[in-house]
Design a binder for this molecule. Structure first.
Ligand code: SF4
Length: 227
């Protein structure tokens, strides 16, 4: 909306550094990797409130994976995990909407239309995974005047990933955050080395904040990705 309004008002002193990502291409990349151990997904409720969940249906069918659209309250998360595990135990797959008080299948169509008028898909670099085609949004050419990457010529500026970070393996369900040699020592929420330690819902940050409540790690029959 800010870009749209800036264009409407012909502003010349406004720009954004755009790092948007699209969830479905990343899910496909994870599920098509022969190394992945992900059995099911909790789809982020706030994303689906805008985007709906119809895009997830072919993914669930193709990879025979349960995907549960889930809210963020503690009971929502418990319910989402319960529904995912119930589907896995029954050998069922498909998309289920746990967060029906905020999410519909089609989502916020007007918001989607505006997003598509302002942005277009682009390749995006995913930490620990690499570039995934059409997994991000960049400003369309008619809005490029507001693109900070172009305007300040920082398009080739890249951040070096820490060689210690195993975020890619964590996303694939192959490792736990506590398996990382930097976890809780060189990498903390105050000084994160990787994206999963940055935001409060990141897997490493969650392990850091709540891991002291865990029993000794037990092998889990299923890995469920929360994203
Ligand atoms: S603990 Fe830090 S360095 Fe290790 S995987 Fe998580 S984000 Fe990366």
């Amino acid at each position: 909306m800010s870009v749209w309004y800036a264009a409407q008002q012909s502003l010349s002193n406004f720009s954004i550094l755009c790092s948007h990502v699209l969830v479905p291409p990343a899910m496909v990349a994870l599920l098509s990797s022969p190394d992945t151990l992900i059995d099911g997904f909790l789809a982020a409720g706030h994303v689906c409130a805008v985007m709906g969940y119809a895009e997830y249906e072919p993914i669930a069918a193709t990879y025979q994976t349960p995907i549960v659209v889930t809210g963020f309250e503690p009971l929502d998360l418990l319910d989402g995990i319960y529904r995912t595990l119930t589907a896995l135990e029954a050998g069922q797959y498909g998309v289920e909407n746990q967060y029906s008080r905020a999410v519909t299948r089609q989502g916020n169509v007007q918001a989607q239309e505006l997003v598509r008028r302002v942005f277009e898909p682009c390749t995006r670099q995913w930490r620990g995974i690499g570039p995934i085609p059409a997994s991000g949004y960049q400003l369309r050419p008619e809005f490029r005047a507001y693109d900070a990457e172009q305007r300040f010529e920082v398009i080739n500026l890249t951040a070096q990933e820490s060689p210690l970070c195993i975020a890619g393996q964590i996303m694939q369900g192959r490792k736990r955050p506590s398996d990382c040699s930097a976890f809780g020592t060189r990498c903390t929420p105050e000084h994160p080395l990787g994206a999963p330690m940055v935001s409060s819902e990141g897997a490493c940050a969650a392990y850091y904040h709540y891991g002291q409540h865990r029993q000794a790690a037990q092998p889990m029959p299923h890995e469920v990705s929360i994203g």
